[in-house]
Ligand binder design. Structure first.
Ligand SMILES: Nc1ncnc2c1ncn2[C@@H]1O[C@H](COP(=O)(O)OP(=O)(O)OP(=O)(O)O)[C@@H](O)[C@H]1O
Ligand SMILES: [Mg+2]
Length: 345
């Protein structure tokens, strides 16, 4: 169908694991893996697949193809491929024949430094974006899950993604206190891989590590009705495939340090909270967002450790893009005004 809209206001959330694009008046139109498959050793265009269409290549070792993830911990680590990927997604979202260039609200992790922020601006500039407004991911997530970010009330949000955990206390549209750390689903998967390697000499794929995580019913091992999961992998020494029975309590113990580090990040922001906002936090609790917020029992673990109520936001994985999208819906209002509070604890 022809697209008669001349200009587009768009929000982009380039996550470590997933890229999401929101288009004003349409909602989320892209939600795909942040990944490319490139053909190795070729002079022609090496791009074989981008986004979800890479699925069939992932986990299949093949010297002909290279799997590239241009975003790590929310930061662009492969500039050229990030640009190819984003151009592809943006074109898919709004079409290639736009006359006026789009205006973009783009999310950024709090831990990104000035150079890393600039490289996001450069990538968007190269693919023809006219105006860019940057927003920290925790602020965007809070904007989606709370209608109080503009008020003098406190909103406490924790966005736990694949690469980063973003903790922020927001009041009057500003970040009162925040932390951003390289903690998330990828590190949890890595701990599972490390455990199987160390205890069983077994190598497993990223996909299998993630699947073991999905199969947990409660991350608090004492609550866990210990179950056995059958894990498929390769013998580290012989490369022969084999299966191993593994107890879920072992997995919970292996990932526990990462979860406690997440709790530690939350605790630090709570300690920075001005006394006048503490009442709101005790009353409203902490809101978890991001894909890893869905880890079963993580909410209860945080309640047990910190004694503050915790809820998991609706559409946890999409909070950041929905909050940034709500800002793109009012681009005139936000443009010219830099997002309040870039300070990062
Ligand atoms: N039901 C679930 N249980 C546990 N983990 C989950 C679940 N669903 C998704 N995840 C994890 O959530 C992560 C993806 O979340 P999300 O899409 O919020 O990350 P991202 O935005 O790409 O990353 P980041 O914001 O850190 O750059 C992955 O690590 C995935 O394994
Ligand atoms: Mg994210």
């Amino acid at each position: 169908m022809p697209n008669f809209q001349l200009s587009h206001d768009v929000a982009v959330d380039m996550g470590t694991s997933n890229t999401r694009i929101y288009v004003k008046n349409k909602g989320i139109v892209i939600n795909e893996a942040s990944v490319l498959v490139l053909r190795a050793n070729t002079r022609q265009s090496p791009v074989v697949a981008i986004g979800d269409s890479c699925e069939e290549f992932i986990g299949r070792a093949n010297s002909e193809y290279r799997i590239v993830r241009p975003i790590r911990s929310g930061i662009i680590v492969d500039y050229e491929n990030a640009q190819i990927m984003l151009h592809y997604f943006l074109t898919k979202a709004i079409g290639s024949r736009f006359y006026f260039k789009p205006r973009v609200v783009v999310t950024i992790p709090g831990l990104a430094n000035a150079v890393q922020r600039q490289s996001v601006i450069n990538v968007l500039g190269k693919i023809g974006v006219r105006q860019i407004h940057m927003v920290e991911q925790a602020y965007a997530a809070a904007n989606a899950v709370s209608n109080e970010v503009k008020k003098a009330k406190a909103t406490f949000v924790v966005d736990i993604g694949a690469g980063t955990t973003e903790v922020a206390l927001i009041s009057l549209e500003g970040m009162v206190a925040s932390r951003s750390a390289q903690l998330g689903g990828d590190l949890i998967d890595e701990k599972i891989r490390e455990h199987l390697d160390r205890h069983y000499g077994m190598e497993i794929t990223d996909r299998i590590a993630e699947q073991i995580k999905y199969d947990l019913t409660d991350v608090r091992e004492e609550e866990n009705q210990d179950r056995i999961v059958v894990v498929r992998g390769r013998d580290k020494a012989t490369s022969m495939p084999f299966t191993q029975d593994v107890k879920t309590s072992e997995i919970c113990r292996a990932i526990h340090p990462v979860l406690m580090d997440i709790v530690g990040e939350i605790r630090q922001v709570l300690e920075m909270t001005p006394p006048e906002l503490c009442r709101d936090i005790i009353k409203n609790g902490i809101i978890l967002t991001g894909g890893s917020a869905q880890l079963p029992g993580l909410d209860t673990l945080i309640v047990d450790e910190l004694g503050i109520s915790v809820s998991v936001g609706r559409e946890a994985e999409e909070s950041t893009i929905l909050g940034a999208g709500a800002m793109a819906d009012h681009f005139e209002e936000i443009s010219g005004r830099d997002q309040a509070g870039r300070q990062n604890g």
